[in-house]
Structure formats: structure tokens, C-alpha cells
Design a protein around this ligand. Structure first.
Ligand SMILES: Cc1ncc(COP(=O)(O)O)c(C=O)c1O
Length: 439
């Protein structure tokens, strides 16, 4: 029997919010929550509570940052202690140095580091640096990948499919009104995991290309893993053409491995961007790269600023997160991986038993679920053509009623505080929901 599930108080607050916040929310992504954006008032460990008193096992985890679970004591304590001595000095402080050293000790490409507050900003900085370093303009971006909401990159995250062959690349489609004119001319959009497409574009326009940006695992579309050799191929293609490879590790960073996907796959990009799991919910993003490239920022040739960059709270959270991840006794990443794999295998078992038509894929610490007839989704096109978003939306709302909070966009995040009991409860709810929505 389901607990009685009501969203009345959230509903009232949401209606009130519509009068003071545009759309009632502060990020458009939050508009997709069902039955409407909910209000939460408490979160601890793997659990989150809404204002109607509903408790959920949380796999949204703030869209990824809460790698240690909600409100981890060690992190809160570090932030509280550090902020007693000040919050923002507009000058240097020891914590930012220690945080940078801790990032360097984990991330292979981090010869030099810069901190900012959001993933969007870190990507902006990476683009500017790549263009300045190569003295070229064009960036290659892949269909279905998201790198933040800035004018230079908010294209083809969820675009309609345009025809494709080795000479015709997908049309560049803005994902918002109001983007500055001509910013699309500085991008080439390609299908991901497609060796021929990258070869063709470098052959035709190699001398214009400043950089290729990629999520090393395509977490923003169905958590697609790179085909064997694909990331190596991207790196070689870039190096042959004096272009830079940028890994956007905003989701994969510190999550799929303490050193990010670059550590997991053993491929060192020229530049990389991190955010989310860098600081357990505090606003931090990180740009990392080689000394040669990053020194353009260091000398002031390339401008990078930010009033709130490296504020005391964020740096205490980053340092504390990095220390926690480095501590081999804790082995956070292994735990995330093991829990995720167990959940994926359990879902797969239910899926085969009920013939529910679910596809579960991804590395484990983060993974995706979709309803599809396909046995594999390997790029954005196969995702759009084969998956059933309406069925997934129904699955999400029924799971919510059973106290399991999952993301409407198909991505599941694990934290160190999820337990075996959480996994069992989730599988039992999924089994009931899948039987229900099959009827
Ligand atoms: C891969 C990737 N890059 C960049 C961003 C933008 O980060 P932020 O929302 O912190 O600006 C996101 C956000 O989800 C992301 O998933």
C-alpha cells in the first residue's frame, strides 16, 4: 500500500512563487518536476523531504553535486569553521591555494587551476582560452551534449534531427530565443561516437578549429559510454590539427573516478571543466589545463574574473571534498560504483522478468534509464528516435508516489550515503511501478 501522497502545500507555495519568481523557479530545468515544481525543506544523507512531509530516497541529488549525500557533517563543519574568519577578501587566502593543490593531486591534466562558481562559467573560460591559444574561432560540439546556458554553446542540446551524411553536418540549432546573432557560426555540431564525422570535419575545416568540447561520458543524453577508442581518436585528431581537446567533466568529475573520466579512461585533455561534485553542493567550478595554455590567463592575455570566485565557503568545501575523496580508507568512488552497479543490475533483472522495455546504461555512479525497443543507445539520434519520454515521465511520477525521487531527464545519481536498504526499497518500488504502467 502506498502512503497517502499529497503535494498540497507545495502546490500553494508554487502558486505563490509564480507571483514573485519567473516561472516560479530559479532554473528552467526545475520546471519539469511532476506534478509541478515541489518545495523541499530538509535533506540529509540519501533522503530528501518535501514541505508536505513526504520522504524520498533521492537520486536527483541536486542534479549531481551531492556525491557524499545531503548535508555531510564533515563538509558543513569545514565550511562553518572557515567562514567564521571571513567570507570574501577580494584577495588571496590559504584555502584557495590548498584547494588548488588538492585538485592538482587528483586530476591528471591539472597543471594549473582556476576556480569560478558555475559550470557554465568554466566552459566560457575554456572556450576563450582555446580560441586565444590557437588563434582560431570554431569549436566542435556534439548533438545532445549540454555545456551550460551561455550564448556561445547553447545549441543542439535537444534539437530536432536534421539529415546527416559525411558531408552534411547537423544544422546548428539555438536552444533559446535571444542568443546573440552569428554565435552559431563559431560552432560545428557533430553526432557523437561517430569516427567518420570527426574525420570528415577535420579534413574539410581543420585549420579553423580551435577546440573540440565533449562530455567524456555523454551523461546529458542517456549516459552513453564512449565507443572503444573514440576519446583517443578525438585527442589524436585534435593533436594532428593543432586544436585543443576540452573534456567537460561537470558531471563526470570526481564522480566516475576521483580524477574524473580523464583518470578513468587514461586520456589527458588539454583543458577540462569541473563543477557539481567538486564541492558537495557549494557553488564551485574549476577550469584545469596545462601550464602552457593556462598561463594565458595567468599573464592577463585572456581575461577571467569573478567577484565571488574562490570565496572562503566554496574553497573550504572544495578542499574538504578533495581530502575526503583522496582518503583511501573511505573509497567513495568505489562505493558509488558498487551501489550503482547493484541498482542497475537489479533494475535489469526486473526489466527482463516483466519485459518492461527498459534500457539501463552508464558507468554506475551515474547512469540512465529509458524506455526503448533498442538494445543500445549510442548517440543522440538513436536516443531521440527510439526512446519513449512519455512512458518515462509516467514512471517518474509513480516512483515519486512511492517515495523514490528520480530525475525526469532519465539520469540517476548515486551518493556515498545511499545504503543497501535504499537500493532494495528502490527495486521493490520499481517492480511495482513497472507492473502498474504495463497494464
Ligand atoms: C556537462 C555539463 N556541463 C556544464 C553544465 C553547466 O553547469 P552549471 O549548471 O553549473 O552552469 C552542466 C549542467 O548540468 C553539465 O551537465
Amino acid at each position: 500500500m502506498d502512503r497517502e501522497h499529497s503535494y498540497d502545500i507545495s502546490g500553494e507555495l508554487y502558486n505563490r512563487a509564480l507571483n514573485s519568481l519567473a516561472g516560479g523557479v530559479n532554473s528552467n530545468v526545475r520546471l519539469t518536476e511532476t506534478p509541478h515544481p515541489l518545495f523541499y525543506d530538509k535533506a540529509k544523507g540519501s533522503k530528501i523531504y518535501d514541505v508536505d512531509g513526504n520522504q524520498y530516497i533521492d537520486y536527483v541529488l541536486g542534479q549531481g553535486p551531492m556525491i557524499f549525500g545531503h548535508s555531510p557533517d564533515f563538509l558543513l563543519q569545514a565550511v562553518a569553521e572557515a567562514s567564521e574568519s571571513g567570507q570574501l577578501f577580494a584577495g588571496q587566502h590559504l584555502l584557495e591555494l590548498e584547494a588548488a593543490e588538492a585538485v592538482k593531486s587528483l586530476v591528471p591534466n591539472a597543471e594549473l587551476v582556476r576556480f569560478a562558481s558555475s559550470g557554465t562559467e568554466a566552459v566560457e573560460a575554456a572556450f576563450r582560452l582555446a580560441r586565444a591559444f590557437t588563434r582560431r574561432n570554431v569549436i566542435i560540439k556534439f548533438e545532445g551534449q549540454y555545456h551550460g546556458w551561455s550564448d556561445g554553446v547553447l545549441f543542439n542540446t535537444a534539437a530536432p534531427l536534421t539529415p546527416l551524411d559525411s558531408n552534411i553536418f547537423p544544422e546548428v540549432e539555438p536552444m533559446s530565443e535571444g542568443i546573440v546573432d552569428h554565435s552559431e557560426s563559431a560552432l560545428i555540431i557533430l553526432p557523437w561516437n561517430n569516427f567518420e564525422a570527426i574525420d570528415a570535419v577535420f579534413e574539410q575545416r581543420g585549420n579553423e578549429i580551435a577546440a573540440v568540447i565533449t562530455e567524456p561520458i555523454m551523461c546529458n543524453t542517456n549516459c552513453i559510454m564512449p565507443k572503444p577508442g573514440y576519446l583517443q581518436h578525438l585527442k589524436k585528431s585534435c593533436e594532428r590539427n593543432d586544436s585543443l581537446l576540452i573534456f567537460d567533466e561537470v558531471i563526470t568529475g570526481f564522480r566516475v573516478d576521483a580524477g574524473g573520466a580523464q583518470s578513468l579512461f587514461g586520456i589527458t585533455p588539454h583543458l577540462a571543466t569541473f563543477a557539481k561534485a567538486a564541492a558537495g553542493g557549494f557553488p564551485v567550478s574549476i577550469l584545469t589545463g596545462s601550464k602552457e595554455i593556462m598561463s594565458l590567463i595567468g599573464t592577463g592575455t585572456v581575461m577571467h574574473g569573478g567577484t565571488l570566485n574562490a570565496n572562503v565557503m566554496s574553497m573550504a568545501a572544495t578542499k574538504s571534498s578533495m581530502e575526503h575523496l583522496s582518503d583511501r580508507a573511505i573509497q567513495t568512488n568505489q562505493k558509488l560504483q558498487d551501489l550503482g552497479k547493484r541498482l542497475m543490475e537489479g533494475l535489469e533483472g526486473i526489466n527482463s522478468r516483466l519485459e518492461a522495455g527498459m534500457l539501463i546504461q552508464g558507468p554506475g555512479s551515474v547512469f540512465a534509464v529509458s524506455f526503448t525497443d533498442g538494445r543500445e543507445i549510442s548517440d543522440y539520434r538513436s536516443h531521440v528516435e527510439n526512446s519513449d519520454p512519455d512512458k518515462y515521465a509516467l514512471f517518474v511520477s509513480e516512483m515519486m508516489k512511492k517515495g523514490i525521487r528520480i530525475n525526469s531527464r532519465g539520469i540517476w545519481f548515486l551518493s556515498e550515503s545511499h545504503t543497501d536498504e535504499d537500493i532494495e526499497a528502490t527495486l521493490s518500488a520499481a517492480s511495482e511501478v513497472l507492473q502498474l504502467i504495463k497494464l
